[in-house]
Ligand binder design. Structure first.
Ligand SMILES: [Zn+2]
Ligand SMILES: [Zn+2]
Length: 178
């Protein structure tokens, strides 16, 4: 009944810890921090300077055991892509999900560092990808965290909360269901 946060490659521990409380609140589940796993070299696309998100997710699910209702969220600074897409903020599988912090920092957009904006984005992306592992699809409610976002502006428009239709599906009766 818990969520484990796993750094993939070098990640500032404070940037992992800042996700703990918001995720506990969003999912009403305990959140723990796991051991760092390395970025899989095979997932690196040298020409793009990015990592293949599906390969990193696959590596994560093989590296970390998940049992019962447990979920794993990998957190990396590597820039991720998905075949056919320039980049992804994150992806999700059945029990494991993955987010990249790379495009969540203001300096990526040539703006000054803003820790509050960065934290908001990281929490929104973390809740969104874990929401998928609890079986949620994309939601049409513009304020719902499960709304699809393809640009940083869309991520910034969302809050980290589920709408009234999505929330019951992650917080009650979801245990054990796939
Ligand atoms: Zn999504
Ligand atoms: Zn929703």
């Amino acid at each position: 009944m818990s969520i484990v946060l796993v750094p993939i490659g070098k990640v500032d521990p404070a940037e992992i810890r800042m996700l703990e409380d918001p995720l506990e609140a969003a999912f009403s589940r305990g959140v723990a921090i796991g051991e760092e796993v390395p970025l899989p070299a095979a997932a690196r696309n040298a020409a793009r300077g990015q990592y293949d998100a599906e390969m990193v997710l696959e590596f994560l699910s093989l590296s970390v055991e998940t049992t019962g209702d447990g979920r794993v969220l990998g957190v990396t600074n590597a820039d991720l892509y998905f075949p056919g897409m320039n980049f992804v903020f994150g992806i999700a599988g059945r029990r494991c999900a993955l987010i990249s912090l790379h495009r969540l920092r203001q300096p990526f957009y040539s703006l000054p560092e803003d820790p509050a904006v960065f934290r908001h984005r990281a929490v929104v992306e973390a809740v969104h990808e874990l929401g998928h592992t609890f079986g949620l699809a994309h939601c049409k409610d513009p304020r719902c965290v499960m709304r699809f976002s393809n640009t940083i502006a869309e991520t910034d428009r969302k809050g980290p909360a589920f709408c009234t239709a999505c929330r019951p599906r992650v917080c009650t009766g979801a245990a054990g269901r796939r």
